[in-house]
Write a protein that binds this ligand. Structure first.
Ligand SMILES: NC(=O)c1ccc[n+]([C@@H]2O[C@H](COP(=O)([O-])OP(=O)(O)OC[C@H]3O[C@@H](n4cnc5c(N)ncnc54)[C@H](O)[C@@H]3O)[C@@H](O)[C@H]2O)c1
Length: 358
């Protein structure tokens, strides 16, 4: 990899300061990083963030931040439809990029981003933060050690009980932010790309990113049309997606994600079914199942004894060492391709004049 940072600290910029605020805080906690510049087109919020986090430089346009020669690496934390243009522009400007998930709204955009990183010889990492939990790291180690045998079936999901639909507006210290893009398909909204990208990345990483042979699924926008109409917003994205992915070699993955449904409880889960053992990670609780001298074993794991890094720390390390990153552009392309495949399975739209649930 050419053009790796040689300065004492890696000088970082963050573009988009909603989720991006978490990136700013993370970078400020990294000894090898200098939080140099932030960008947001909401000027009062930008200034508020600058003061709150003591960041030297501010930009209203990301193009201007990218023209800042001192910035070596950036986090792209803009709404999803802006990931591809901003990431490609950043790579062309010679910056390393940590791009928020989901990588892009189309597989084609994701491929263009991966190609731009290759051409520029810069790091492009996707911020799939679920991989960085001690539980996820522990599971990955079990898989790599062969303790589960052959993984033949995975069940993953992230579902919310009714009341979880994204509202169009969010209040922040300096005013109101419209974030209705979360409910608009064309802008990369919908639960499939939002929560589905997390669970697909995690599951496919555990499985070693096998090639997908077939996808079957369905998307439902049951509650969003009426919810959005009542709030005078457009809302055509799915609030539930369910899919079955069939991989080369025979393994399958069952996915279920929802912004709000009439179900018993909120749940974030991954279950791996292996030929020699199994794993269940549900709402942060990790259980491992197996067999010992003919007896079935089941146990909760509470101590992980693994070093934990934030995605930002890992990214800075990848920039400085040329090793990694853990979440590659190719992984992002694979996840985006799977998401696109599920999206293309179709959508069932609810009645915009129906009963309004949030
Ligand atoms: N990894 C995670 O767990 C996680 C969590 C939340 C969001 N995200 C991802 O982060 C991304 C951003 O999500 P969010 O919730 O912060 O969105 P948001 O809409 O709440 O915030 C976007 C921010 O970017 C600014 N902005 C928008 N367009 C801009 C432009 N062209 N130039 C400059 N500033 C602009 C807005 O003013 C706002 O401050 C999404 O892709 C989302 O999926 C990831």
């Amino acid at each position: 990899m050419k053009g790796l940072s040689v300065s004492e600290k890696t000088k970082v910029g963050v573009i988009g300061l909603s989720m991006g605020q978490n990136h700013v805080i993370a970078y400020k906690n990294i000894a090898d990083a200098e939080m140099l510049a932030v960008c947001d087109w909401d000027e009062p919020w930008l200034k508020h963030m600058q003061t709150l986090h003591t960041v030297p430089r501010t930009y209203l346009k990301y193009e201007d931040l990218l023209a800042d020669k001192d910035v070596e690496a950036v986090s792209v934390c803009l709404p999803t439809s802006m990931h591809a243009p901003a990431t490609i522009a950043a790579l062309k400007a010679g910056k390393h990029v940590l791009c928020e998930k989901p990588m892009a709204t189309t597989a084609r955009d994701a491929q263009a981003m991966a190609a731009a990183a290759k051409d520029a010889g810069k790091v492009l990492m996707i911020s799939h933060n679920q991989r960085f939990s001690p539980q996820a790291q522990y599971i990955k180690r079990l898989v790599e050690q062969g303790r589960l045998g052959k993984i033949y079936f995975v069940r993953a999901g992230w579902r919310r009980t009714m009341g979880g639909l994204p509202s169009a507006d969010s209040q922040r210290a300096t005013g109101t932010l419209n974030r209705n893009w979360f409910n608009e398909r064309a802008k990369g909204g919908g639960v499939l790309f939002d929560l589905g990208s997390h669970m697909l990345d995690l599951s496919m990483w555990f499985m070693g990113f096998p090639k997908i042979e077939k996808i079957e699924g369905m998307n439902y926008s049951t509650f969003l049309p009426a919810f959005s109409a009542a709030h005078k917003q457009s809302g055509d994205a799915e609030d539930l997606a369910a899919a079955m992915l069939f991989f080369e070699g025979g393994a399958t993955l069952q996915l279920e994600v929802s912004f709000g449904s009439f179900v018993e409880q909120d749940a974030v889960f991954v279950e791996l079914y292996g030929s020699q053992g199994g794993v269940s990670l549900r709402n942060g609780v990790l259980k491992v199942f197996g067999e010992d001298q003919g007896a079935y074993t089941a146990g909760a794991i509470q101590k992980f004894n693994l070093p934990v890094q934030s995605p930002q720390e890992h990214f800075v390390q990848a920039v400085r060492t040329g090793k990694g990153p853990l979440v590659t552009a190719e992984h992002g392309v694979a996840v985006t391709t799977a998401l696109e495949g599920i999206r293309e399975c179709g959508i069932v739209l609810g009645d915009p004049n129906g009963k309004v649930y949030s």
